[in-house]
Design a protein around this ligand. Structure first.
Ligand code: SAM
Length: 250
């Protein structure tokens, strides 16, 4: 038991220069907790979660471009995809939801830099004006039977690992149908990203209604052993637009 005299008195402690600033720094560093006024609301949360809200709610993600083309993603997720590509060296990338082609051309740019043969197939109900020598832009619904047929043909020409990314219609039913359509196509070690599982309150856009997150849950109820979650990748940059959506096929 230390002598009572040796226990510093609280007032002495508190009156030390910069005590409150140092305490704030310590709490910030230790807990990463902040309280902020945001669009008139008080928001509590960890710094990554608040940044997630900021990135989503300010639409900063809609202002992203790759080589001048819009890419509607979080930059942290794009960096993760680049790292996954380097590790996986996919021969085929399947993207559902092209928009203006920025993400498909991002994927092709990274794979060209890696230097192995590959093809990117990007599918959208709307035509895309962009073009790239290594990308096939297909105008179709992602769940149309001809899409699966096209993927199977490409698989034969570009055998090897597949990276698939779902970023089209974000309703639960549609995403679940996309996951089911890929079930016979993807094999062990292939990578599936289910984008925008952050909506419907996970943690953004609470008003959306059941979406990709709920589709993933339903898929895992149906087929619990199809995929394992790549939780380390999800956590790597503190937040992702695809929570629970980094999946590796068993
Ligand atoms: C969020 S955007 C895609 C963003 C793009 N991947 C990017 O990162 O820039 C969603 C796209 O899905 C398309 N889409 C909507 N329903 C679809 C469907 N059933 N099949 C394929 N694409 C669809 C829309 O036309 C839209 O271009």
């Amino acid at each position: 038991m230390p002598p009572v005299d040796s226990i510093p008195r609280l007032e002495q402690f508190v009156s030390r220069p910069n005590f409150w600033r140092r305490l704030q720094w310590y709490l910030d560093r230790t807990f990463y907790v902040r309280k902020r006024q945001f669009f008139g609301r008080t928001v509590y949360g960890s710094a990554p979660s608040l940044y997630h809200h900021w990135m989503y709610d300010t639409l900063a993600w809609k202002k992203m471009t790759w080589l001048g083309l819009p890419v509607q993603k979080s930059p942290c997720d794009l960096w993760n995809y680049q790292e996954i590509f380097h590790a996986l060296e996919p021969a085929l990338v399947i993207e559902f939801g092209t928009f203006q082609g920025g993400s498909a051309i991002f994927f092709a740019s990274v794979l060209r830099a890696i230097g192995k043969p590959f093809r990117v197939l990007s599918v959208d109900v709307n035509p895309c004006m962009a073009s790239d020598p290594d990308v096939d832009f297909l105008v179709a619904s992602s769940i149309a039977p001809n899409v699966a047929a096209t993927i199977n043909k490409l698989k034969a020409t570009f055998p090897g690992p597949i990276f698939a990314i779902l970023d089209s219609d974000h309703t639960k039913e549609h995403v679940l149908a996309e996951m089911l359509s890929l079930r016979p196509i993807l094999g062990r070690g292939d990578y599936l990203i289910v984008e925008d599982s952050n909506i419907n309150g996970h943690p953004v856009l609470k008003s959306h209604g059941p979406g990709p997150y709920e589709a993933i849950q339903k898929y895992f109820q149906l087929y619990p052993n199809d995929y394992k979650r790549d939780a380390a990748r999800e956590a790597k940059f503190g937040f992702t637009f695809a929570p629970q959506g980094f999946l590796i096929r068993n």
